[in-house]
Design a protein. Structure first.
Length: 420
């Protein structure tokens, strides 16, 4: 069996709905959104929406979401729906903190990965070996992980100095670093509040300021995953299991093995995201620390159309909205209402150009309501700020649903030899 044989057997002509957005078009859209954001900043005076501190906080908030999404990508590319990402993240937070406060943060990171992988093994056994419904298995794992960590906390953290049944002792920091010279120069440029230039400086500066070493590792995993999954024979075989496992089996691929590998790697990524939360984001384990980030990571993966690059953009978007509650949330979210209203106007115009008049009318009506909300208020309630990541998640998924293309065998039951 050769790689070329698998490619020919699984190749399909792309349908009308499977066209991908080209890189120049994507860069043009990103540039347009950045220009509109700069205009909104000047109109509203909400300089915090593109500040270096805001972008740095957004990156830190995006990392665990992105790692969970990356875990979902690996599993679903092999045909296994991983609703259990939340539970695997929970295991990662607990195991990472448990090992981190005793033997150091890097040990905690490794043990957190192992904790998430252990949860993934349970999910793989249920879904791959016993063909349990993937959703049922994932939800059961989430409940099991939550109950297990709460039970274990009573016998570990409660007896430890500065710990309790709902919180671990403090964990030593991994440390942070800036890019010498460039970080401070970009922050100074951002403080000028010039049109567009300061906004770009804030965006770039936030990506290279106050960085944790684990953030660098997490970001590097995105292109590494793309390369492995789309540029290696191993990745091709794994993806063939999510597209057509019967055809893959007929060509000699051990489908069970690749599904197990993918799900365990998925759990490792989710566990790493959980360890990031307990070791980097807050330096303690807290009960309920994941706060649904596993589900948001799954939403980021769907938004990204099961591709690493799109997943990273989705994680950045959700991370940005999640970070708003930490830095001037009410003022910044109020300014973003105006930005969303403007973007919806463009969306309505695009839908009308596509002759989708009913969706265009609905989008225009929502845009008008957003304009009214912005003009009749000076700031938004704290409850809106807290809910904004989840609202953005639902909004983005609803708007992007028509262009999505999941792996064809994702979530479908498979038995070895069923194609014979």
């Amino acid at each position: 069996m050769t790689t070329a044989t698998i490619v020919k057997a699984l190749a399909k002509k792309p349908g009308k709905g499977s066209r991908r957005m080209s890189l120049p078009v994507l860069l043009l859209i990103i540039s347009g959104v950045l220009i509109l954001t700069s205009i909104v900043r000047l109109i509203t005076g909400a300089d915090g929406i593109t500040s270096t501190g805001q972008m740095s906080t957004a990156l830190r908030a995006a990392v665990p979401i992105g790692l969970a999404g990356l875990g979902g990508l690996w599993a679903e590319r092999a045909g296994v729906v991983n609703i259990g990402l939340e539970g695997m993240m929970i295991l990662g937070t607990w195991f990472g903190a448990w090992a981190g406060y005793q033997w150091g943060p890097w040990t905690g990171v490794i043990v957190g990965i192992i904790g998430g992988a252990l949860g993934a093994v349970l999910h793989a056994i249920a879904t791959v070996t016993f063909n349990v419904n993937h959703i049922v298995s994932g939800v059961a794992l989430n409940i099991l992980a939550l109950g297990t960590t709460r039970y274990l906390s009573k016998f570990t953290f409660e007896e430890a100095p500065q710990g309790s049944s709902k919180q671990s002792p403090p964990i030593e920091s991994l440390g942070t670093f800036d890019v010498p010279g460039l970080s401070s120069w970009l922050e100074t440029l951002n403080d000028k509040h010039w049109f567009l230039i300061s906004d770009i400086a804030g965006l770039v500066g936030g990506l290279i300021t106050n960085l944790s070493p684990l953030t660098v590792v997490a970001v590097a995993l995105v292109p590494a995953s793309w390369y492995i999954l789309w540029r290696t024979p191993f990745g091709l075989r794994l993806r063939s299991c999510g597209e057509n496992p019967i055809a893959a089996e007929s060509l000699g691929v051990n489908v069970y093995k690749y599904k197990y590998i993918a799900v365990i790697i998925s759990g490792g990524f989710a566990g790493l995201g959980g360890a990031f939360l307990s070791i980097v984001s807050s330096n303690v384990y807290l009960d309920g620390q994941t706060a649904g980030r596993g589900y948001i990571g799954l939403a980021a993966m769907i938004f990204g159309n099961w591709m690493p690059g799109g997943l990273a953009l989705g994680a950045g978007l959700f991370g940005y909205t999640d970070s708003l509650k930490l830095r001037g949330g009410t003022t910044n979210v109020h300014a973003l209402i105006l930005l969303i209203a403007i973007l919806l106007v463009f969306g309505a115009a695009y839908l009308a150009w596509k002759k989708k008049y009913v969706p265009a009318a609905i989008t225009a009506a929502i845009s008008a309501l957003m304009f009214i909300w912005y003009t009749t208020t000076n700031e938004v309630p704290n409850q809106v700020v807290t809910a904004s990541p989840y609202v953005i998640t639902l909004l983005v998924l609803s708007l992007s649903a028509q262009r999505l293309r999941m792996p064809k065998a994702d979530g479908l039951p498979y038995r070895k030899g069923q194609g014979k």
